[in-house]
Design a binder for this molecule. Structure first.
Ligand code: DLL
Length: 433
């Protein structure tokens, strides 16, 4: 069974990575220009032809692609192969507008699953592991991606999908799951339920591969402590393939981007200017090995930082920081940029569980932000005056972090609906007006 730690690729020299990317970029640009009228138009409008692109240095000449382009071209407008060559579609979970649909040939699925297998290997996985996948299956990429990666590793794979927490825990105990794959918010919920059921000592988990939504270092510590595992981040998006575009290694200080398949850039989200390594901005991807749905300079809206600092694991592929929010779901409250992750950091630092909801509304032309925070069962028996004092303490801490007043309401344990997939952290009522 192949071992999906692939040092000849993952630890390649910068010159080698650059050579792969130069070659892949030139080929991809020619292919989309010839096969995809939508791309040809975009390039023509910018006055750039495939002959202008010789290497990654020329990437900046190419037009950006956005989610709006994917919606405009829905469903087949960006397909670069005949439909009969495709074997799968997956789709994003977007709630507004047209869905975004991505297409895969068998070769594309292979690459995607390789990337997920690398992620499992980087989390310490071997073919001896029992991989418990409770990301959703179906159109969402989480379940199918990690499932495929686990098969490639040769692991025993439990395709649990999301939901039915009792059954998840039962299988975990009975079958000895060692690697858990789900959203971090569901991992926190599972940890809580395992603790309540008193079955922590029957759990054999050693690692978790958690992604698909933003989570903080504090939440990582919390999950690691409660489950007694190492919790690894994994990132990806449907448009680019799904989970496994990047993943964490033993250093747990950012996610290695699979640079033999994707070129990453950081741009200023307002001007579109490419920013130097180490600066914070919007992550942009160009795929260089995909057949069916190659995307060039796709704007992810995810805000992060890239780093080529030497990694102790030996991998040389560039690392991206945890996304610090999205440029488009960043909240602007009273003119101030607010990321839900900032609020989460404050709550976890103060000893609250990661069960909270942020409600933004507008009254008399003025924005209001209220944070509903679940108390722990121990806090719940506190007197009313202690609860008020706790609320005040949180208001002050949030003010120090955000620079604005946010009301805080402490609510009883378990009163905020738990998510089995991506958590719903923000309710922005202003959008309803
Ligand atoms: O969430 C793919 C995925 C599945 C990734 C399972 C990891 C694990 P989409 O539904 O298309 O795909 O959502 C993509 O989710 O642009 C980010 O905003 C966010 N996201 C994904 N991974 C992370 C992460 C999947 N590790 C969007 N940290 C992306 C923070 C993440 N945000």
């Amino acid at each position: 069974m192949p071992n999906y730690y692939q040092p000849e690729i993952e630890c390649a020299s910068q010159d080698q990575i650059r050579a792969w990317q130069d070659e892949g970029l030139v080929k991809t640009v020619h292919r989309v220009y010839e096969n995809v009228p939508y791309y040809r138009n975009l390039m023509d409008q910018k006055g750039v032809t495939p002959d202008d692109i010789h290497s990654v240095d020329d990437l900046h000449k190419l037009p950006f692609l956005t989610k709006d382009d994917l919606r405009d071209a829905y469903p087949y407008g960006l397909l670069a192969v005949p439909l009969s060559d495709c074997v799968r579609i997956q789709s994003t979970s977007g709630t507004t507008g047209r869905r975004v649909v991505a297409f895969y040939t068998q070769h594309d699925i292979d690459i995607w699953e390789d990337c997920c297998a690398r992620a499992i290997a980087a989390a310490g996985g071997t073919k001896e592991d029992v991989v418990h996948v409770c990301y959703g299956y179906g159109l969402f990429t989480g379940g199918p991606g990690l499932n495929g990666g686990s098969h490639k590793m040769g692991c025993l794979t439990l395709p649990m999908s999301s939901g039915n927490t009792e059954r998840q825990i039962q299988f975990m105990c009975d079958l000895g799951s060692t690697i858990l794959c789900c959203t971090p918010s569901y991992a926190a919920y599972l940890a809580e339920s395992i603790y309540e059921q008193g079955v922590r000592d029957q759990i054999k988990l050693k690692a978790g591969i958690f992604g698909a939504e933003a989570w903080t270092e504090e939440m990582r510590q919390d999950i690691q402590n409660k489950l007694g595992i190492k919790a690894y981040d994994i990132y990806g998006l449907t448009e680019i393939s799904g989970p496994g575009v990047s993943f964490e290694c033993s250093e747990q200080t950012g996610m290695h981007i699979n640079e033999d398949h994707f070129i990453a850039e950081i741009i200023d989200p307002v001007t579109g200017e490419v920013l130097p390594e180490g600066e914070k901005g919007e992550l942009v991807f160009t795929s260089i090995s995909k057949d069916a749905f190659p995307l060039i300079r796709y704007r992810t809206r995810d805000i992060c930082v890239l780093s080529r600092k030497k990694c102790s694991c030996g991998r040389t592929h560039v690392k991206m920081s945890k996304p610090m929010g999205r440029s488009d779901d960043m909240l602007i409250v009273k003119g101030v940029n607010v990321f839900p992750s900032q609020i989460e950091t404050v709550l976890l630092n103060k000893g609250y569980p990661a069960n909270y909801q942020i409600v933004v509304s507008r009254e008399n032309n003025s924005d209001k932000i209220e944070v509903l925070v679940e108390m722990t069962p121990e806090m719940f028996s506190d007197t009313l005056s202690t609860v008020s004092a706790r609320e005040k303490e949180l208001v002050d801490a949030l003010k120090a972090m955000l620079g604005i007043y946010a009301a805080v309401r402490l609510v009883s344990p378990k009163s905020i609906t738990r998510s089995e997939g991506k958590a719903v952290r923000v309710i922005d009522k202003r959008k309803l007006y």
